[in-house]
Design a protein around this ligand. Sequence first.
Ligand code: UDP
Length: 317
Amino acid sequence: MTRILVTGGAGYIGATAVDILMGQGFDISVLDDCSTGHEDDVPKGVKFVKGSLLNREAISESLEGCSAVIHFAGKSLVGESVAKPELYWQVNVVGSRNLLDVMRENKVKKIVFSSSAATYGEPESVPISENAPTRPTNAYGATKLAIDAMITDEARAHGLAAASLRYFNVAGALQSQRGWLTERHDPETHLIPNILRSTPANPVKIFGVDWPTVDGTCIRDYVHVIDLIDAHISALRVIKESSHEIINLGSGTGYSVREVLTAASAALRHQVPFIESARRLGDPAVLIADIRKAQKILGWTPQRDINVMVADAAASR
Ligand code: UDP
């Protein structure tokens, strides 16, 4: 039986991965320091090492018996990365360096890494393909790009089989046997959770209504977390020794903030209260993934649209 180490397995996306992988018969180990993840989201029966990527002994302990790693652990708040870049370079880049080193020492030869569309920065054109220029506009994106480069070198020099999956906007939730696995960030900055907690007294803010888009609000490419994890499992199966594939993961379709609000209002069966507000610093107008490479290499097509994403996120609350 294959045992997989899921780093960050107590977080929103990582815990969802653990659940789906277990359902497919994989044995799972989790490494998470629970700085943002929730230990209660890790199921019983999983080997859980509570520790940091900055602790090589913890990595080594968590890797015992594993033949592959899905690497989600890391800092992931764009705003925080601008305020505290040193934290992002330390945890994300030094942490991933440690992971690659300990994997090499333990002859673990496969990794699927959660990279980000933030590696591209402000796009010249959309949809964004993997060949687009990489000009991250914040430390979060810069650290993801640096890790991608380290993995490329590791594959070339030491035979690692690797994929970096560059996520666009991940949304939705998974109903597991233990209840819903969903986004539980504090502070919450993401659009869909903010829409779902919007009240007349505390309405969600639309960040900018004067963007050069159809309805003046920003357009993003949302992908359901279950579809996203399915792509990781496909990646684990197709990656080859000494090769590093970089692959965008989105739905290939853009939705404006107003369209997401409309979908959420339909799912909740009431008009979500909102106010129009100023643009958020650093937001590009439109981000949409070109997912042809994912479709070709992973044989993957996302199955769940924005209505399913908001309905699942709403049901999970
Ligand atoms: N957004 C918004 N109000 C919020 C949070 C986000 O209008 O309370 C907008 C944001 O400007 C962006 C989109 O929703 O255009 C998605 O933002 P999110 O923070 O969810 O993800 P990002 O695209 O920044 O990774």
